[in-house]
Unconditional design. Structure first.
Length: 200
């Protein structure tokens, strides 16, 4: 028998919400909470859900999450998955330039209400647990910022539908200064992109 402490869950979510502006979308990973009843409670508490596969996306939809409360992140989305996500209108984060181009091709054939972002690797270093760190110089996730600053900017200028940025420093073992450094680096790049967009 497994017991779930929903009071603890409610307290953690309430604490999280108090730390950020009311407009913030907090999305809890479906892979960490795959039970429909738990997801339903998370939804009831006003949270969003982050999915990393099509089955997780189906689960989120079946639980009743609205498209704007679903964030789809995955480094290996198929064209069919991209089409489904775009037709569903969920928030979608691309993981590469090639994926952005595939999204562009699909958007030439369909209309979508999706907000679309690009996952960036800030390359600020690994935490104490290297296997869960994804912001080192080499990572299997996201576009490396140090190696592609101009190309990243060009893509935001190229695609008017590209509006968001996704960054993940690592899970566990990452000290707060490393996380802040990564966010700061991406924030600087975002400001540079916005300046370029204003010029054009």
């Amino acid at each position: 028998v497994i017991f779930y402490d929903l009071t603890f869950l409610e307290e953690r979510i309430a604490n999280l919400k108090n730390l950020f502006p009311p407009s913030t979308l907090h999305a809890i990973a479906a892979k960490a909470n795959p039970l429909p009843a738990t997801l339903a409670k998370i939804k009831e508490l006003g949270m969003g859900v982050e999915v990393a596969s099509l089955p997780e996306l189906y689960l989120a939809e079946r639980t009743g999450f609205s498209p704007e409360k679903i964030v789809f992140d995955s480094p290996c989305k198929t064209r069919a998955e991209l089409e489904y996500a775009l037709k569903s209108g969920v928030y979608l984060n691309a993981d590469s330039f090639e994926e952005l181009d595939r999204i562009g091709e699909i958007l030439n054939t369909i209309k979508s209400a999706s907000s679309i972002g690009l996952r960036l690797n800030p390359q600020v270093g690994a935490g104490s647990i290297k296997s869960t760190s994804v912001a080192d110089n080499i990572s299997k996730f996201g576009v490396p910022v140090n190696d592609n600053p101009d190309r990243i900017k060009d893509y935001y200028l190229k695609y008017s539908w590209l509006k968001g940025v996704h960054v993940h420093i690592g899970s566990q073992g990452c000290p707060v200064p490393l996380i802040i450094e990564g966010i700061g680096k991406i924030f600087k790049l975002v400001n540079e992109i916005n300046i370029e967009l204003e010029k054009r």
